[in-house]
Design a binder for this molecule. Structure first.
Ligand code: FAD
Length: 558
C-alpha cells in the first residue's frame, strides 16, 4: 500500500493536513489508534485564537507580542509570526469547512475586522491575551472543528485506517554516497518511507508506505496519568517512535499545568470561565491572584496556596446564569457530574493539572523533523518553537490547523521513492518484538505501574521542581526499566487486545519520561512552566531549546 502522504493521527492536525493534501490531488491515508473523531482535539473548549478584532480592536502584532511574552524568550519569532499571521485566514478556512462558530449580532456595532465572512464570529478573552481573541463554538470548539473536518475529509476521499496503533517508522539508512559535497565522517540522514502499525481488531501488523510521512500524534500529558486533563491516548507514541528512528526532540521539560482542573477527576474547566469573570478563591473566600495572568503564573500562585494547606475553588456564582447556560453548557454539566457541584450555586473545587506539553519532535520552518528525511511533524507532537516555555491559551488550536495544512504542503514537495525492503525489515523486527512481548512473564501489573508513574511525575516533575526531586524521579524510572522484562501481558489474545495497546503506550511513555527528566535536570534555571526552587531565576544562557536524541539506546542531551 503506498500513498503520497501518510498522516498518523486524526486530531485537528491530522485532519487539516489530510484535507490540504487531498485538495492538491494527493492520495492520503490517515491512521489512528482510536476512532477518527476521538482525539484530544475534541476536548478543547475555550477557543482558537485569531486577531479578527470582532469584539474590540486587535491586531496580528498584538497577538505576536502576547505569544512571545507568554513564551518567556524561548519561541522563534519568525515561526510565531507565521502562526499569528495565519490566524484570520485559518478561521476563514474553518468557516468554509462549515465549523459552526458562535456568532455575535453585529447589526448595531461597527466592525474592526478585515474579513467580512468571519466578522460576526464571537470571540472571548483567554489568559495572557490582551483582547478577546479566541473564536469558539460554545464550549465545544474542538469537537465542532474535528467533526466538521472529518465530514470534509470523507467528502474529499481521504482513506482512514482506524484502530491501528503506530509501532515504528519504516526506515532506510542510505549508503554513504561518494560525494564531494559530504565532509569526511558526515552521515546521510536516515529516510522514512511510511510506518508500521498494529491492526488492533485483526491482531496483525500492517505497513503503509508513503512518499512523505506526517506525525500528528499529539502530546505526552498522559505520562502524568491521573493528574492530567488529557485523554489516555496522549502518551507521546509518535514522539517516541521518532526518537527511536533518530529524530531530535526538544524542550521536553516544558509541561504546562492548567490552573482549573476539577479536584479528583482532573477534568478541565476552561480558561473562558475566568475570561468571563470567574474568580479563584480559597476555602475562606479570599482571592489570591490575577486570574487572567498566563497559566504558568496562575498555576504557581495556586501551588503556593495549596502548600499553605488551602483548598481552592473556581467561583462562577456571580456570573449571569444565561451566559453560563448559553456559552458553557458542557462545563456546567461536567461539574455537576464529576464534582457533584452546581456552579450556579456553589464554587467548584479545582487544582492545577497537566494540560499541554510544549516539547516534542524538533522541526524546522518546513515542519521537517531534524535528523530524518521524509518525516514531518505538526501539532502537539512537534516543537515548532511557537509556544516556548509556556503556551498561550487558544494558540494550540490555531497551530494544529494552520501548521497542519502548511506541513502537508511542504511534505508533498519532496516525495521519497518507496523502499519495500525497508518495510519488510521493519515488519520482521517488529514481529519478533511483539512475539517476545506475548512471551514475557506478567509479574507486575502494567496498570499499577502506570498509576504510580503518573503520581511520581506529578510530585517530582510538578509545578515546582528541584534537583533532589528530579533525581528521585530518575532513580524510580531506572527501577521501572529494570522491571520492564517482567511487566508482561495478562491478556494473551491477539485480536482486540487493549492491554497490548496500553503496553505499547506505556513503553513509549517510559522512554519519554526518561528523556523529559534528563532535559529538566539539565535546564538549571526557571523559565515559564519549568520552575525550579533551586534555580529560581531565568538564566540568559538558557534562552535556547534543550535537545535530546537517542544514541546506542541511551538518551543524550545537547
Ligand atoms: C481538555 C482540553 C481542553 C483544551 N482546550 C483548548 C482550547 O480551548 N484551545 C486551544 O488552543 N487548545 C486547547 N487544548 C489543547 C489542544 O486541544 C491540543 O493541543 C490539540 O487538540 C492537539 O491536537 P493534535 O492534532 O496535535 O493531537 P490530538 O488531537 O491529540 O490527536 C492525536 C491523534 O493521534 C492519534 N495517535 C496517538 N498515538 C497514536 C498511535 N500510536 N498510533 C496511531 N495513532 C495515534 C490519536 O488517536 C489522535 O487521533 C485543550 C486540551 C485539553 C486536553
Amino acid at each position: 500500500m503506498k500513498f503520497d502522504l501518510l498522516v498518523i493521527g486524526s486530531g485537528g492536525t491530522g485532519l487539516s493536513a489530510a484535507l490540504e493534501a487531498a485538495s492538491q490531488g494527493a492520495s492520503v491515508a490517515v491512521v489512528t489508534k482510536s476512532l477518527p473523531t476521538r482525539a484530544q482535539t475534541c476536548m478543547a473548549q475555550g477557543g482558537i485564537n485569531a486577531a479578527l478584532g470582532n469584539v474590540e480592536p486587535d491586531s496580528v502584532e498584538e497577538h505576536i507580542a502576547d505569544t512571545l511574552r507568554s513564551a518567556h524568550g524561548l519561541a522563534d519569532e519568525t515561526m510565531v509570526r507565521t502562526l499569528c499571521e495565519a490566524g484570520p485566514e485559518t478561521i476563514e478556512w474553518l468557516d468554509r469547512m462549515l465549523v459552526p462558530f458562535s456568532r455575535i449580532d453585529r447589526s448595531d456595532q461597527s466592525t474592526h475586522s478585515p474579513l467580512p465572512a468571519t466578522r460576526s464570529i464571537a470571540q472571548r478573552r483567554l489568559g495572557g491575551a490582551g483582547h478577546p481573541r479566541a473564536c469558539y463554538a460554545q464550549d465545544y470548539t474542538g469537537l465542532k472543528i474535528l467533526q466538521s473536518l472529518y465530514d470534509r475529509c470523507r467528502e474529499a476521499g481521504v482513506r482512514f485506517y482506524t484502530e491501528h496503533a503506530l509501532l515504528e517508522l519504516i526506515l532506510s539508512v542510505p549508503r554513504q554516497a561518494r560525494s564531494p559535497m559530504l565532509a569526511l565522517g558526515e552521515r546521510l540522514a536516515p529516510r522514512v518511507h511510511g510506518a508500521l502499525f498494529w491492526d488492533i481488531a485483526a491482531g496483525e501488523l500492517r505497513s503503509i508506505q508513503a512518499g512523505a510521512t506526517l506525525l500528528a500524534t499529539g502530546g505526552y500529558g498522559e505520562l502524568y496519568h491521573g493528574y492530567t486533563t488529557n485523554t489516555t491516548g496522549a502518551t507521546g507514541d509518535g514522539i517516541a517512535a521518532a526518537l527511536r528512528a533518530g529524530a531530535v526532540l526538544s524542550d521536553l521539560e516544558f509541561v504546562q499545568f492548567h490552573p482549573t482542573a476539577m479536584t479528583g477527576s482532573a477534568i478541565l474547566i476552561s480558561e473562558s470561565a475566568r475570561g468571563a469573570g470567574g474568580t479563584l478563591i480559597t476555602e475562606e473566600g479570599e482571592r489570591f491572584t490575577d486570574e487572567l495572568a498566563p497559566r504558568d503564573e496562575v498555576a504557581a500562585a495556586m501551588f503556593a496556596q495549596i502548600q499553605k494547606g488551602h483548598t481552592l475553588y473556581l467561583d462562577l456564582r456571580h456570573l449571569e446564569r444565561s451566559y453560563l447556560e448559553e456559552l458553557m453548557p458542557q462545563e456546567l454539566r461536567l461539574a455537576r457530574i464529576h464534582a457533584h457541584v452546581d456552579p450556579l450555586r456553589e464554587p467548584i473545587p479545582v487544582q492545577p493539572a497537566v494540560h499541554y506539553t510544549m516539547g516534542g519532535i524538533d522541526v524546522d520552518a518546513r515542519f521537517a523533523a531534524r535528523g530524518l528525511e521524509g518525516l514531518y511533524a505538526a501539532g502537539e507532537c512537534s516543537n515548532a518553537h511557537v509556544h516556548g516555555a509556556n503556551r498561550l491559551g487558544g494558540n494550540s488550536l490555531l497551530e494544529i490547523v494552520a501548521f497542519g495544512r502548511l506541513a502537508a504542503r511542504y511534505a508533498l514537495e519532496r516525495p521519497l521513492s518507496s523502499d519495500p525492503a525497508a518495510a519488510e525489515a521493519t515488519e520482521r523486527q517488529s514481529a519478533e518484538w511483539i512475539d517476545g512481548l506475548f512471551a514475557k512473564p506478567a509479574e507486575f501489573s502494567l496498570y499499577q505501574k502506570r498509576k504510580i508513574l503518573g503520581k511520581r511525575l506529578y510530585h517530582d516533575l510538578g509545578i515546582v521542581r528541584d534537583r533532589e526531586l528530579m533525581e528521585d524521579a530518575a532513580a524510580y524510572l531506572d527501577t521501572l526499566l529494570e522491571k520492564l522484562p517482567r511487566i508482561g501481558l495478562g491478556d494473551r489474545s491477539r485480536t482486540h487486545n487493549q492491554e497490548l495497546v496500553d503496553y505499547l503506550a506505556f513503553d513509549n511513555a517510559l522512554l519519554l519520561a526518561v528523556a523529559m527528566t534528563q532535559s529538566a535536570l539539565l535546564r538549571t534555571e526557571s523559565r515559564g512552566a519549568h520552575r525550579r526552587s533551586d534555580y529560581p531565576e531565568e538564566d540568559p544562557a538558557w534562552a535556547r531549546p534543550s535537545r535530546v536524541r537517542l544514541e546506542r539506546g541511551a538518551i543524550v542531551c545537547f
